[in-house]
Design a protein. Structure first.
Length: 235
């Protein structure tokens, strides 16, 4: 009898715990998520909502700025190629990309998480929603010469949104200030900043920072497929 009572009590306690857990308050509709810097990465998350919850505080807020290594807008990743998103996350995870915040975040993701969040963001702004011109607006003579010097379009596509390989990024319409930081980072491969990528490393080293800035300004000013989708559209 005692044994049965104990068992029943144990079951009752388990039920209460399970209910309390299930009723943990969910963030209210449209309410901003806590700043992602403060949120501990949620290892072992199973739902896609839980997996992207920690990304949204930065990547789903239009105009959200990062301050390391300088102030710039965080990259738009909705509508980016899934393979490229996965490749970038893997580069943060294995240290080929040094940005400290993204390194910490990517380190908490399993390979499955990386594939899931990449597919999610790629589908968040469907490609082709607004048909892009095959040839973008003509750059001025200086930028035109810079683009030709490194044959940027031969990899990123004529309109910079149709890369020849899905693991290469769409760059048209991306924030110019971010493009500039990204391009400069391929020139550096230090302990705390920089990116090691053989292809873009060799290319960016041929240009001065002023030239990289001119390229970023032009490419960022074009129509593109990458977007920031505000987080309240998720609910
Ligand atoms: C605290 C803000 C913050 C959070 C949270 C965050 N990111 Fe980032 N993310 C950044 C910044 C800043 C960069 C640019 C880093 C750099 O310069 O390399 C970036 C870069 C990226 C890139 C590379 C984009 C490109 O065009 O190369 C991807 C992909 C990415 N983040 C995905 C994610 C995903 C997925 C999550 C959630 C699991 C996430 N980020 C969470 C701030 C954040
Ligand atoms: C031979 C192919 C190739 C050429 C030519 C090339 N790129 Fe890239 N580019 C890549 C690849 C591959 C990546 C992704 C590297 C990585 O994983 O970090 C990349 C990344 C980038 C990024 C980072 C995007 C992001 O979201 O972080 C920018 C910006 C960029 N390229 C601009 C340019 C410009 C401007 C030119 C011409 C001056 C150029 N690229 C020429 C292949 C190329």
């Amino acid at each position: 009898m005692n044994k049965l009572l104990n068992t029943l009590l144990a079951v009752a306690v388990a039920c209460v715990t399970a209910t309390a857990f299930a009723q943990a308050p969910a963030p209210a509709k449209g309410q901003p998520q806590p700043a992602a810097q403060d949120a501990a990465p949620k290892g072992g998350a199973t739902s896609i909502e839980a997996k992207v919850a920690m990304c949204m505080g930065c990547h789903n807020i239009p105009g959200y700025q990062a301050s390391f290594p300088e102030v710039y807008k965080v990259p738009m990743i909705a509508g980016q190629n899934a393979k490229y998103i996965a490749s970038a996350l893997t580069a943060y995870k294995n240290g080929d990309r040094k940005h400290p915040t993204m390194r910490g975040i990517a380190a908490s993701l399993s390979e499955q998480d990386i594939n899931d969040v990449s597919a999610y963001y790629a589908a968040l702004a469907p490609a082709g929603a607004a048909a892009l011109a095959e040839q973008p607006r003509q750059p001025d003579a200086q930028v035109s010469a810079l683009l030709q010097k490194a044959a940027c379009a031969s990899c990123h596509g004529a309109n910079f949104s149709k890369p020849v390989d899905p693991s290469y990024p769409k760059i048209a319409g991306q924030h110019s200030d971010y493009l500039y930081v990204a391009l400069k980072s391929y020139k550096t491969d230090g302990a705390t900043v920089g990116r090691s990528n053989g292809v873009m490393g060799a290319i960016t080293k041929q240009f001065s920072n002023a030239e990289l800035k001119a390229l970023s300004k032009y490419v960022g000013s074009l129509d593109g497929e990458v977007k920031t989708v505000p987080q309240n559209r998720f609910h």
